[in-house]
Each structure stands twice: as C-alpha cells, then as structure tokens.
Write a protein that binds this ligand. Structure first.
Ligand code: SAH
Length: 369
C-alpha cells in the first residue's frame, strides 16, 4: 500500500495496519533512513504504544511529525460488556460511523479473540444474527488488526489465539484479511503463532483454492452445517453458488497441498440437522479427509431455530465416536452478554430495525466469485 505524499493540512491517518514496506516509502519521502520504518512498525504493532512520545528510539522531531500525520486509535470504543465467565464483548465505531464487534474469551491455557472482518455480512445464513444486517462495508487491514491491539491493551492479557469468526465473511475481504493475518503473525508485529490464527469461511470455493495455492500458514475452518447439498441449500444460500461437492473438493485440495488439517464447523439446529442419519452422513462425508469437526450448539438469535436437547446433542456426538477425526462440542461462552457465535449483531440504537440489503451498496461490495 503506497502512502500518499503528506501535507500538514490532511486529516491524520491510522498507523495501525501499515506494512513495513509502506512505512519505508513514507520514511524515504520524509528523508529518514529505511530502518526507521521497522522501528515505527514495531512500536505500533509489537509494543502497542498509545502515545507517539513512547517511541523512544525515534528523534523528537520524527515523533512529532508522526503525531501530526497519524493516529494510533482509529476505532472508538462504544460499549464493553463483561460476562460472568470473563468473556468480554466490545462494540467499536469505525470512522464510517458503523459499529463492529469483537469478543475476548479467556481460558486456562489460551486467550482467544474473535474478531470481525466486515460490517454486516452478505451471505444470509438463516440462523445467523449478523446476516440480518446485510452487507455494509469491508474493514481495512488496520481496522481488523486494531481490534486485537485495543483488547490486549484493555485487558493487559496477551492474546494467543485469533479466530475470524465475528461479523462478516473473511474470504469476501480476502486481501485485507490476509494482510492483517500477516501482521498478527509477524514476530515483529503482534507475534501470534500463524497456526493459531484461524480464518473461518462460509465456503467461498475460489478463495479456499487461492488460500491453498498460496500455502498460507494460517488455519482454516469451514462452516459446513449440513451433510447434504439439499439441506445446506435450505439453510445457507451460499450453497446455491458453490455446491457441497465443489466445497469438499476444495477442502480435499487444501489438505493435499498444505498437508494441514481443516476444521469443519457444524451448528446443531434442533430438528434440522441433528438426527442420527445426518450424523452418519457427516461421518461418511468427512472420514476421507484430514480434518477436525467442531459441533457448535446453536445460540438463540430469535431466528426460528432451537438448540437440540442435551440428550440429542449427546446422541449425535456418540454417533461420531468412532470417527477417524477429532470431534469436539463447543462450550458456549458469554451467553449472558450475547457474545456467543452467531449472535453478533451490531445496531446503533436498540429500536433500530434490522436492515436487509439486497444489493451491496457500493463499489467496495464483495463479489461471490
Ligand atoms: N462468515 C464466516 C464467519 C461466521 S461466524 C463463516 O461463515 O464461517 C463463525 C461461525 O458461527 C460460523 O460457523 C457460523 O455459521 C456460526 N454461527 C452463525 N450463527 C450461529 C448461531 N446462531 N449459533 C451458533 N453458531 C452460529
């Protein structure tokens, strides 16, 4: 990303999310040695300073010049809710005026953050709250990365795991998401292990193929939710565009090229996809693959579905007990603050009606290709 020539009259731009390469261009324009770029990059992404004056290995003049042209905080914290289990949900306002959400999930051995990649979502999965917003906007690389920095600053806890499972479809914002993941995993950036950064996709087949061909070091999760094409189509409109067969083919290709395990997510919806026959179909579908299955108990979003009863969940799990892959049943976190999977639905006013956007509103609209 090129940094345009700067004049003192311009509005300050966010510094978070700028790569070393773009900072090098800026430093050269400012007549500074190239190594200053790495120093600035590290202060922002690694040390995560909140004030330019803390960048102590830079000259006073350079610090002042940076402060004149850039800002360190681009997201405005709107609300923060803390659950009885320690989960925290943050609502941020981005410069366009829209709100996005991030969820902090502390556990004994790891600390996970669930972040957003878009404002709203275009995919329309019938059980997901974010789908009700429609697609509004892609987030920038900086807006994606800053969610982690700000939560880390707020909690004082080092984030060990990132999941792109908040609002939006990461693979419909591919280049920015990948750039953001690179900064997250860069030892001079946020220094989070690349394999602990998981991108969850609804199943945008061409982007799964691209992700494999590029041999990206990040982990991949696919929202499967149904063992057959017909059922998948009935709950996930994306299946009209990319069939289950194509999806499984791209998943196989991913495991072949990268030699990595893929995670399939399967939200349990009572009376829809939770019977024994479907468990067996799922077993058959996934057995040939190097994968892991993560069953997600449905979080009620008032969209007409129910969470299967405990025994039914147990029976489904039991039917998969001899699977050649690992099966986990996700524990719900932060339910008292509606921070669980699929519950992220940012609205600025409580009385605001959900927005349905049939056509993406502008040129930044994602294309399902
Ligand atoms: N667009 C990405 C990220 C979505 S959110 C994707 O589709 O993978 C992460 C996961 O939460 C997805 O598997 C999504 O299908 C699931 N999810 C959505 N609504 C849910 C709900 N109400 N209960 C449980 N999981 C839900």
């Amino acid at each position: 990303m090129a940094v345009p020539a700067s004049s003192s009259s311009e509005t300050p731009r966010p510094l978070v999310g700028l790569s070393v390469a773009s900072l090098k261009a800026l430093m050269s324009e400012w007549g500074q040695p190239a190594y200053r770029a790495t120093q600035v990059y590290k202060w922002v992404h690694h040390h995560q300073v909140r004030d330019f004056q803390e960048m102590t290995n830079l000259s006073k003049e350079l610090r002042t010049r940076l402060a004149d042209h850039f800002i360190l905080e681009n997201l405005r914290l709107k609300t923060r809710q803390i659950s009885s289990d320690g989960t925290r949900k943050y609502l941020w306002t981005i410069p366009s005026g829209h709100d996005i959400e991030s969820v902090f999930i502390p556990e004994e051995k790891r600390t996970t953050i669930c972040i957003s990649s878009q404002v709203g979502c275009a995919l329309g999965c019938s059980f997901c709250a974010t789908a009700r917003m429609g697609f509004l906007q892609n987030l920038t690389t900086g807006e994606i990365v800053e969610q982690i920095i700000r939560v880390q600053q707020d909690t004082g806890v080092k984030i060990t795991n990132v999941v792109l499972m908040g609002m939006g479809e990461p693979f419909l914002n591919y280049p920015r998401v990948i750039d953001a993941c690179k900064i997250m995993s860069d030892p001079e950036g946020l220094a989070i292990a690349a394999k602990k950064v998981t991108i969850s996709t609804v199943g945008i087949v061409p982007r799964i193929r691209q992700f494999s061909e590029e041999d990206q070091p990040f982990s991949l999760a696919i929202s499967l939710h149904a063992p057959t094409q017909a059922l998948r189509q009935s709950i996930m409109p994306v299946a009209d565009k990319f069939s289950l067969e194509e999806l499984m083919d791209s998943a196989r290709e991913y495991t072949r090229i990268t030699r990595k395990r893929i995670t399939f997510e399967y939200v349990l919806l009572a009376g829809v996809n939770d019977n024994l026959r479907q468990a067996r179909e799922l077993l058959k579908l996934l057995s040939p693959l190097k994968c892991k299955l993560n069953l997600i108990p449905y979080n009620d979003t008032g969209l007409g579905y129910d969470l299967p009863a405990q025994e039914r969940q147990a029976t489904f799990l039991e039917a998969l007990s001899r699977a050649p892959f690992t099966v986990t049943l996700r524990k719900n976190r932060g339910n008292d603050i509606a921070a669980a999977c699929g519950q992220l639905y940012a609205k600025s006013r409580e009385d605001e009606q959900p927005r349905f956007i049939a056509q993406p509103p502008d040129a930044r609209a994602p294309q399902i290709l």
